[in-house]
Design a protein around this ligand. Structure first.
Ligand SMILES: Cc1cc2nc3c(=O)[nH]c(=O)nc-3n(C[C@H](O)[C@H](O)[C@H](O)COP(=O)(O)OP(=O)(O)OC[C@H]3O[C@@H](n4cnc5c(N)ncnc54)[C@H](O)[C@@H]3O)c2cc1C
Length: 437
């Protein structure tokens, strides 16, 4: 059969081939099922999104046999350094402090599209290919040989019947909407991103190369957050682009637009980012002759409005099937702390395992408790991750000058105490969300 041809039935259909959908399909396959995975796009996206994978996520990806390939393709850094405007270290979080409890005591910097490529390859090795240009537009109950099933309607005209629908279709999830599950702002209880719902910071980001030789204060071995009065500024090393035309070394640059600052364009240009680097980047406030790095080339830029949201339910029986949400379809939060992809991948590993358990269980009355337990636990973890991301965001952007002083003093003291430093690294690593054995 043509691998791009849609069958008429599959036990499980994963809708969306982002990191969460690909991981879920792989986890389902590893647990003995043969899911169909569809995506609305004709090809995988190569756009600027996540860059960091945390230790807990690497442990989960290791269960699927993907971690080593990802580690080989990315940059592993032991530390995240917070600096003041004049580049004095305020504190250094050391992930190596976690080496007694994880095989992966580091942050892995790797572009999201590379993660998706590795997952897609692994999935193909399991005999599963993403069926593309298949946008799900409707969902209804149908009867298949006297069994009630869920029928998915594609925009291209075909239908696909199934028992389980995994909604891995991102923050604007069609599956979540069609199942009638609301996406709630955890602060106001209103529908997220609607009128009156709360908003987080406005971020501007760029994937760019810095001209060589790099100034001595710009490192390829650490992620740096410079906390300036004009807003925090992050510079993290990325693997160099796979094009021969690349000049300079690849970095992700990100900053926050502070209240009162002019609104940036939707896709700010190289001159916009160079102005910020010159004003408050590394080398901007030094008297020893070291100058700010120069941008060689900007590959991609974006502007991103943060907001927080959690789906009311992560599991529901509706339209004749079991609907399970994973990834951004279930939760959304600030990019501060780089947790979105991580949380989605960890949801997906468990969803795959638990759907397989549910599918293989005899039809006893409490079989749904398997997926209800999944739903409750993932919703709890999503709420905790939203809190961590919002705390990082608030801490990075104090509203007053005295807030900056207090923040710097507290951070310095906290990170000087080894037990506290380790506790912060543990929190950021996601290892606290591990399942109890
Ligand atoms: C600028 C930026 C920086 C970020 N940085 C980080 C970071 O450093 N670390 C981190 O962990 N996270 C980060 N994130 C968040 C991360 O990118 C997301 O959390 C992640 O992409 C979510 O994955 P997902 O698979 O749930 O959804 P998505 O990646 O959104 O994938 C959803 C897929 O579903 C498909 N789809 C949608 N609707 C349909 C439909 N009706 N039918 C069929 N297919 C459909 C789409 O085509 C898409 O391929 C960042 C995000 C942004 C925007």
């Amino acid at each position: 059969m043509d691998p791009q041809q849609l069958p008429s039935y599959a036990d499980v259909v994963v809708v969306g081939a982002g990191p969460a959908g690909l991981t879920c399909a792989l986890s389902l396959a590893q647990n003995g099922l043969s899911p169909v995975i569809v995506d609305a796009r004709p090809a995988a996206q190569i756009v600027m999104r996540a860059t960091v994978i945390h230790p807990n996520t690497l442990e989960d990806l290791d269960l699927l046999g993907c971690a080593d390939e990802l580690v080989a393709a990315g940059i592993c850094t032991d530390c995240l350094t917070w600096k003041s405007q004049n580049e004095q270290a305020i504190g250094v979080i050391r992930f190596s402090a976690l080496k007694s409890i994880t095989k992966y005591p580091f942050s892995l910097f790797i572009p999201q599209h590379v993660v998706e490529r590795v997952l897609t390859k692994k999935l193909a090795a399991a005999g599963i290919r993403v069926i593309r240009s298949k946008k799900v537009i409707a969902m209804r109950e149908a009867v298949d040989n006297t069994h009630v099933v869920c029928e998915l309607q594609m925009e291209s005209g075909e239908t696909l019947r199934t028992k389980y629908v995994v909604g891995a279709d991102g923050a604007q999830s069609t599956i979540r909407t069609m199942a009638g599950i609301r996406y709630i702002d955890p602060h106001t209880g209103k529908i997220a991103a609607s009128e009156g719902a709360s908003r987080g910071s406005l971020f501007v980001l760029a994937d760019l190369t810095l001209a060589e030789p790099l100034p001595p204060n710009v490192s390829r071995d650490e992620a740096v957050m410079i906390l300036t009065r004009g807003g925090p500024l992050a510079l993290v090393p990325l693997p160099d682009a796979e094009t021969e035309s690349q000049t300079g070394r690849m970095f992700r640059f990100a900053t926050v637009v502070m209240p009162g600052d002019p609104e940036p364009p939707r896709n700010p240009d190289a001159a916009y980012f160079q102005r910020i680097i010159d004003k408050r980047g590394p080398g901007s406030h030094r008297s020893d002759g070291i100058k700010p790095p120069q941008i060689a080339r900007v590959f991609e830029t974006s502007r991103h409005q943060a907001f927080s949201a959690v789906a009311e339910k992560f599991f529901l029986r509706a339209h004749g099937g079991c609907i399970v949400l994973v990834g951004d379809a279930g939760h959304k939060h600030s990019p501060a702390g780089g947790q979105g992809l991580n949380l989605g991948v960890c949801d997906a590993v468990r969803a795959g395992r638990d759907i397989a358990k549910h599918f293989q269980s005899p039809l006893t009355t409490d079989v749904d408790s398997i997926l209800e337990t999944y739903a409750i636990r993932r919703k709890e973890i999503a709420a905790q991750v939203i809190q961590v991301a919002e705390t990082i965001e608030t801490m990075q952007n104090p509203a007053t000058w005295w807030g900056i002083i207090v923040r710097n003093v507290v951070l310095r003291l906290v990170l000087l105490i080894p037990a506290m430093n380790r506790a912060v690294a543990f929190r950021m690593s996601g290892l606290g969300y591990r399942e109890k054995q």
